[in-house]
Every structure is written in structure tokens, then in C-alpha cells.
Design a protein around this ligand. Structure first.
Ligand SMILES: CCC1=C(C)/C(=C/C2=NC(=C\c3[nH]c(/C=C4\NC(=O)[C@H](C)[C@H]4CC)c(C)c3CCC(=O)O)/C(CCC(=O)O)=C2C)NC1=O
Length: 169
């Protein structure tokens, strides 16, 4: 598992280079954005249960067929599995935000996930919709907390969305 700094070191070490201008720029941006990224993680952690629950309510209001007989989130067991998955996505998004690297998502979340979902008939499109609802909720919270530019929050949510959607069922 890597973060922005170890990633960079690895890349430069492979070719035996000192940190050049590009490296220094990316280190600078990583450290300068550090406080914001930690702020976001703290805000998410403080509201995680609420975010997951509300995102679920919104998702099932938008797509009620999911929780009707025949829907993949129908039955309490599968409903709970769905919310648990949302909680995973949110928690790992905070790790990736803090790390400044999507590596943790590849390694811990996305590896083999599409295959698992496909074999269990878990639909990708509404899963992605749930991830995007959580993203918007987190961004709103950051805005409410006085953060002007919340674009940095997008990356892990959009990354999971892209990777999950890549080869659809
Ligand atoms: C930390 C990394 C990690 C992830 C991401 C993960 C996902 C994950 N979700 C699963 C199931 C599931 N995932 C869902 C999710 C949904 N169904 C819907 O209709 C909605 C669209 C969606 C919620 C948004 C459901 C319903 C199941 C149970 C499917 C079944 O057993 O039939 C399973 C199969 C095993 C199980 O039930 O626990 C895995 C491995 N597990 C992990 O360890």
C-alpha cells in the first residue's frame, strides 16, 4: 500500500534520480493540501453513520425496485450488506484522501470486486449512484464547514466509480 510520498520515491528510485522540479511540485501540493484532506477525513468520520444511512435512503427513494422482491437489496440481509458496502466505500475514500493516493482503493477495495458483484448479481449502476450520493453529501458538509474548494474530495469517489463501471455486467 502506498501514499503520495512513497509513490514518488518509488518512481524516482527506480531510475536513480534526485527529486526534480516535477517531484518537488507534487510534494508541495501534497503537503499544502494536507490540512484540507485531514479536515475532510475528520468531518467524514464524525458523520459516517449519518452519511451512509441518508445516502441509502436517497438511493432507495430514487430506485425503489432495489428493495422490492426481486431487487438485489431485497431482504434485510441484503439490505444490510448494501449499506455495509456503502460504509466500506466511504471509509476507504477517507484513507485514500489522507494518503493522497488511490493505491489503497486498488489494493483493498476494487480488486476482484466487479467479479464478486457480477457473480452475486449486485448491480453496478446503482452502486455507483450510491457512491456519488455520498460524494455530494461530503462535499456539502465541507462547504458548510467553510471550505471553498471541495474538488479534492471528488477523487476517491470518482476513482471507485470509474473502476467499477469499466466493464459493466
Ligand atoms: C472492503 C472491501 C469490500 C467490499 C467493497 C466488499 C463488497 C461485497 N459486497 C458483497 C455483497 C453484497 N453487496 C450488496 C450491495 C448492493 N446491492 C444493491 O442492490 C445495491 C445497489 C448495493 C448497495 C449500494 C448486496 C445486496 C450484497 C449481498 C448479495 C448477496 O449475498 O446476494 C460481497 C459478497 C460477500 C458478502 O456478502 O459479504 C462483497 C465481497 N467486501 C469487502 O470486503
Amino acid at each position: 500500500m502506498q501514499d503520495a510520498v512513497t509513490n514518488l520515491i518509488k518512481n524516482y528510485d527506480v531510475t536513480g534520480r534526485y527529486f526534480d522540479r516535477n517531484a518537488v511540485d507534487s510534494l508541495k501540493s501534497y503537503f499544502e493540501s494536507g490540512t484540507q484532506r485531514i479536515k475532510a477525513a475528520a468531518a467524514i468520520n464524525a458523520n459516517a453513520a449519518f452519511i451512509v444511512k441518508e445516502a441509502g435512503v436517497q438511493l432507495f427513494a430514487d430506485q425503489p425496485e432495489l428493495i422490492r422482491p426481486g431487487g438485489n437489496a431485497y431482504t434485510t440481509r441484503r439490505y444490510a450488506a448494501c449499506l455495509r458496502d456503502m460504509d466500506y466505500y466511504l471509509r476507504y475514500a477517507t484513507y485514500a484522501l489522507v494518503a493522497g493516493s488511490m493505491d489503497v482503493l486498488d489494493e483493498r477495495v476494487l480488486q476482484g470486486l466487479r467479479e464478486t458483484y457480477n457473480s452475486l448479481g449486485v448491480p453496478i449502476a446503482p452502486t455507483v449512484a450510491g457512491i456519488q450520493i455520498m460524494k455530494e453529501m461530503v462535499k456539502q458538509q465541507m462547504t458548510d464547514a467553510g471550505v471553498a474548494d471541495t474538488s479534492f474530495v471528488d477523487e476517491p469517489f470518482d476513482y471507485m466509480t470509474r473502476e467499477l463501471s469499466e466493464t459493466d455486467v
